[in-house]
Design a protein around this ligand. Sequence first.
Ligand code: COA
Length: 180
Amino acid sequence: MNAHMEALPIIRADTSHVQAIVDLEGRSFSPTDRFSRKTWRHLLGPANHNGTSITLVAVDVGKVVGSINVLIRSNSRNVRIYSLAVDPAMRGRGLGGLLMRALCAHVPKRYEAFTLEVRSDNKSARSLYERLGFTVDRLLPGYYPDGADGTRYRVTWKQLSSTSPQTSDKRTIPSQRQDT
Ligand SMILES: CC(C)(COP(=O)(O)OP(=O)(O)OC[C@H]1O[C@@H](n2cnc3c(N)ncnc32)[C@H](O)[C@@H]1OP(=O)(O)O)[C@@H](O)C(=O)NCCC(=O)NCCS
């Protein structure tokens, strides 16, 4: 794990972060996979206040460099990870895993599991999820608007909370890494 990454504050986002998250998504997703500004205003405003949405952001010298959002329904024990993005300049250094693990401090333990959908051809994301202990729950043929297949993953709250930073970054080779 890169020490610089571990030191980044990961905080709960609010409406003051709408623009920064829209910009981060613009750098991370194709236009059809991004959420609109209106959706983010809702997720970070009313849905944040009524507890049905939690968004965390990682901040590096005042800049939002990573974000994760989950949707919570009071009648379900499963929490849906709705969005995850790391700034292209910060990828491959374990920040995605830190954001995921930070969720456990904000989502009460009574929720049993986290689920998410990912494009089946998104190797980077799938590799991260599998390192964190996610397992394939279901294949979703033609799930995306462009007809691409999806995969639903699931991990228990307990499993995610017990994943160590080392496990979430399998590339840790201290003698060969330079921390900035
Ligand atoms: C998926 C994502 C959040 C992973 O975040 P991360 O902080 O880079 O995660 P990790 O450091 O654990 O790296 C995950 C994998 O990405 C690879 N990777 C992708 N782009 C990379 C880059 N620019 N530099 C280095 N590694 C990169 C890593 O090698 C690693 O693969 P491996 O496990 O086979 O070695 C990030 O790649 C991202 O924001 N992608 C675009 C948005 C997206 O696809 N979100 C998920 C939608 S479900």
